[in-house]
Design a protein around this ligand. Sequence first.
Ligand code: ADP
Length: 175
Amino acid sequence: MTTAIYPGSYDPVTYGHLNIAFRAASLFDKVVFALAINSSKKCLFTLEERLDMIRQGIAHYAKEKNLNDSNIEVTQFDGLLANFVMKYEKPAIIRGLRAVTDFEYEYQMALMNRYQNYQVDTLFLIASLRYSFLSSSIIKEIARHNGDYKKLVPPYVYGRLWEKFNNQSRENGKV
Ligand code: ADP
């Protein structure tokens, strides 16, 4: 059984992430969204919120595109990714590549993961053209300024972002 481990911080999950995960799900027996607990990134959403949004996002994407999501799991991990993946049968790390700007960082990470554990390979899927301009950071930026991003994230994620920024502005006395 082959397993694709899809690591990230998913703060929050977007259609770009989901597109990669479902494409991997048709190539591997199992896909595991692996949310990094110890990411150095400062996140807007808590771990629980991010896990919840990934789960809801998967269900929505599957329903909307009439795809099977029974081989996609969601989990969290702490510590080295190169160690964590060994919990699974025939694991490979998968990552999405948007543009050359992603390449340098991904190249370094893939080599470092193999340096940590020579059994671990990283496979890259090229981002769908529809979503290649998307990142969690840009979505948060647009949401913060009340821009249009409704079609770029699942409805549940849209709701959570709206809530987050609306409540924040209310607390800051801006609403
Ligand atoms: P990290 O915190 O490790 O950078 P992210 O949560 O931002 O991870 O993203 C996880 C993975 O999803 C990365 O491989 C990233 O390149 C990929 N990804 C992010 N946005 C998109 C997108 N719009 N299309 C395809 N892949 C994407």
